[in-house]
Ligand binder design. Structure first.
Ligand code: GLN
Length: 519
């Protein structure tokens, strides 16, 4: 079932293997008909994660990149939409001439081709991975996931026995007496067997540790050795899941099944994710969405920076529509994230004004960058009706990107993915990165209107990063920490490589807290 932690389980398995020196990549299968996640409502499906190549994908790919320090591509997110589109395009070209095109074998063949292609793709070192994790989303028994499970079954028969391991992630609930129940696992394993799939490893997701007795029971009913039943109880920090799985002996079982040498693991990751906190800050995120999954990469990037600085970052989510600047009084920093449309923008602009005038650390991302420019235009330059073309009538200090004019299709048509950015030497942003040429990921249709750059600059707003003629970063030198970017640095942050703007922001929040507490 969804929300169980299949993504974190798969990412953690990847980490165990990576810690042993194996090259790992990952594929996420989403059984929906959308081509990609780009047009899906994040309030229903969670964040749209953006890859280097501009792919707008499921948020689980973000977990893979963060856990495994790899750069994935659009082909690593396989959807029913992509699979059917490929097959129908082939049919129209005449590739199947004479044949009746069917789910089996044509769709299942295409699924296997997509998996093999993504698995064989080069990883960062220029070589392809030793191991590819394939996460099949959806629920066993759902109509949508049937062709994918059938393709997996076929692959299992086609590959040498040691080349494929099936891991089943299952819920082990606790009943009202506090006892762990194995019945749902027995039934889901039965449902898998009816499809010709037999799990090699069972990962039990539970509120409690699954002890030896329960493991034995699962083992007996599901035909896996007790050592292949893994307890995965809820953890306060997802980055510690690999450590728990290490203790459960999962790596040894996996290596045994895959015929790999169980090398001594590198424990650097464990050291990083268990660094002690010595201070704490509270950051306000002003957003129109009630759910945190929409900004999962931002939340994680704040945590990565926090761990690196031994600072626990607590997040207070503030509703942009019912916003009162009073709520910001005891915050150590203010963050305005990306977003689309008019709803809630006035509250966000008020929050930015509060940060700018009150000397509170501010980090603006994408829409949070555009709104920082609008706030400056309104309250410093005196253009009272300054706004973005996206929001309707007014003076458009933020305007549509020229290449976006006339774009009518919404899927995959924004300015997306990696773009090179030049940072002005000596500015805050250049100091944080420690260099002047960087690459970061984008997802937007609007930009700072070139007609207002000079006036804004004359009024004291510094554009410290650019991509050609396009403004990418703004900052206010007289402010303790006021920084905003058109790009999304959170998409490249990981525990091992925390993002420089986030490190700067969390550091500034900590300084702000120390000053306001001692003052
Ligand atoms: N809506 C704005 C744009 O399209 C900002 C996008 C974002 O925040 N991701 O330019």
């Amino acid at each position: 079932m969804s929300g169980l932690g299949k993504g974190i389980t798969a990412a953690s398995i990847g980490r165990l293997l990576k810690n042993r020196g194996y090259r790992v990549t990952a594929v996420k299968i989403d059984p929906y008909l959308n081509i990609d996640a780009g047009t899906m409502n994040p309030a229903q499906h969670g964040e749209v994660f953006v890859l280097s190549d501009g792919g707008e994908v499921d948020l689980d790919l973000g977990n893979y990149e963060r856990f495994l320090d790899i750069n994935l591509k659009s082909i690593h997110n396989i959807t029913t939409g992509k699979v059917y589109r490929n097959v129908i395009e082939k049919e129209r070209r005449g590739d199947f001439l004479g044949a009746t095109v069917q789910i089996i074998p044509h769709i299942t063949d295409e699924i296997k081709r997509c998996i093999r292609r993504a698995a064989g793709e080069e990883t960062d070192g220029g070589e392809s991975a030793d191991i590819c994790l394939v996460e099949v989303g959806g629920t066993v028994g759902d109509i949508e996931s049937m062709p994918f499970l059938e393709a997996i079954r076929q692959m299992h028969g086609e590959l040498p026995a040691q080349d494929m391991v099936l891991v089943h992630v299952t819920l082990v609930p606790v009943d009202t007496m506090g006892d762990l129940k194995t019945k749902p696992t027995q039934h889901s394993v039965k449902a898998l067997r009816e499809l010709g799939l037999h799990p090699d490893i069972i990962v039990g997701r539970s509120e409690q540790v699954i002890g030896p007795q329960t493991k034995k029971k699962i083992s007996a009913f599901c035909d896996v050795p007790p050592s292949a039943v893994i307890s995965a109880q809820n953890m306060p920090d997802i980055y510690q899941v690999p450590m728990e799985m290490e203790k459960e002996g999962l790596a040894a079982t996996l290596c045994d099944l895959l015929g790999l040498e169980n090398r001594e693991p590198d424990i650097e990751w464990y050291r990083i994710v268990s660094r002690e906190y010595t201070s704490r800050v509270t950051v306000a995120i002003v957003s129109k969405y009630g759910i945190e999954d929409v900004y999962i990469s931002i939340k994680e990037a704040l945590r990565h920076a926090g761990r690196a600085l031994s600072t626990e970052v607590n997040i207070r989510w503030l509703d942009a529509e019912a916003f009162d600047p009073q709520q910001l009084a005891d915050m150590d920093g203010i963050l305005v994230p990306g977003g689309f449309g008019k709803r809630g923008i006035e509250g966000k602009i008020q929050a930015i004004r509060f940060a700018r005038e009150g000397g509170k650390p501010y980090l603006g991302l994408c829409l949070g960058f555009q709104l920082a420019v609008i706030e400056y235009a309104r309250n410093v330059l005196g253009i009272a009706d300054a706004t973005s073309e996206e929001m309707g009538e007014g003076t458009h200090v933020i305007a549509i990107l020229p290449e976006q004019e006339g774009v009518t299709e919404l899927g995959g048509t924004m300015r997306l993915g990696d773009c090179p950015i030049s940072l002005k030497a000596g500015t805050l942003m250049a100091d944080l990165y420690g260099k002047t040429e960087i690459v970061e990921r984008h997802r937007h249709r609007y930009e700072v209107n070139p007609a207002y750059i000079e006036a804004l600059t004359d009024a004291g707003l510094i554009f410290s990063g650019t991509c050609g003629d396009r403004m990418e970063v703004c900052e206010i030198p007289a402010h303790p920490f006021f920084l905003a970017s058109q790009f999304h640095p959170e998409f490249r942050s990981s525990p091992t490589h925390p993002s420089p703007p986030y490190l700067g922001f969390v550091g500034a929040c900590r300084r702000n807290r120390t000053i306001s507490r001692s003052g």
